[in-house]
Design a binder for this molecule. Structure first.
Ligand SMILES: [Fe+2]
Length: 288
């Protein structure tokens, strides 16, 4: 039996005791899936994953992996597997990326509120981030509970949002920061359309499905759609909906991209080395 200790009034729990690399039994994997339904973000301490172990665990827990990442469109991963996203400030020689390096510019987009892989179809479901090298200065990630944010909307607003669709594009969110793409990259990153409110089948809860990737509301004038998206982002990221995670080495955090947004917080990345690895599963039929 796992213990779930809640870290925020609305969501997020720390789970113990478990060694995820060795975890194969169906009951415990089910307990974790149930925990994801309830808490949307689960924190596991002291999980010394290697890259292959992390990929294997992600498949055991939730099936097929997302590999059409934005980073894959702009260059090959130094890790050699596009399902394993390199969330680090390290180049292929092991040095810290220079401030003007295009890969660093691109990864700065992770500081915008977003949900992973909303710009593809099927979109991302669970993301799993493993902390390999963490500096002594704080390197934090914030998470926002998009179910609580939805629940807190007035009834008229909920009715207004019902059936709306949004277009998500990672080229759009990066362009808002001034990052430019080649025509070929844009072609690979055309984006996808998803409902603005998603019902999560296993929990039955509704969530705002927002991200900085959301570029417009389908069939609406672009400025009007962008203003609605901005208002909703502002609503959903109020302090009462947000948990801030301070990373320690060997932390492993799983979040549900259908139910949360997240953003990286700044640190002096020209000076401090930080390495994390992310694997994201696709939102297709769920394992049971
Ligand atoms: Fe992310």
């Amino acid at each position: 039996m796992l213990n779930f200790q809640k870290l925020h009034p609305n969501f997020v729990a720390e789970v113990s005791p478990v060694e995820l690399r060795q975890l194969h039994d169906r009951e415990t994997l089910d307990e974790i899936r149930d925990g994801m339904d309830q808490y949307a973000v689960l924190v596991f301490r002291d999980q010394p994953f290697t890259d292959p172990e992390q990929l294997d665990f992600a498949r055991r827990l939730d099936g097929q992996l997302h590999s059409r990442t934005g980073a894959a469109a702009i260059g090959r991963s130094r890790l050699g597997d596009e399902a394993l996203t390199d969330i680090s400030n390290i180049d292929e020689t092991g040095g810290v990326l220079a401030p003007g390096d295009r890969r660093r510019m691109y990864s700065l987009g992770n500081r915008l509120w977003h949900t992973d892989a909303s710009f593809v179809d099927p979109p991302g479901r669970y993301s799993m981030l493993s902390a390999r090298v963490i500096p002594s200065v704080p390197v934090d990630t914030e998470f926002a509970d998009m179910r609580a944010a939805y629940d807190a909307l007035p009834l008229e607003m909920k009715a207004h949002l019902e059936h709306l669709l949004a277009h998500h594009s990672i080229a759009y969110s990066r362009q808002t920061l001034g990052f430019e793409f080649s025509e070929d990259e844009k072609e690979q990153l055309r984006g996808a359309v998803h409902p603005l409110v998603r019902r999560i089948p296993r929990s039955g809860r509704s969530a705002l499905y927002l991200a900085s990737h959301a570029s417009r509301i389908i069939d609406w004038p672009v400025p009007e759609g962008r203003l609605l998206l901005r208002d909703l982002m502002e609503h959903a990221t109020q302090p009462q909906f947000v948990y801030r995670h301070r990373w320690c080495v060997r932390d492993f955090v799983i979040w549900d991209n259908r139910a949360t947004m997240h953003r990286a917080r700044p640190f002096d990345d020209a000076k401090h080395r930080r390495e994390l690895r992310r694997v994201t599963t696709l939102d297709i039929a769920q394992l049971a």
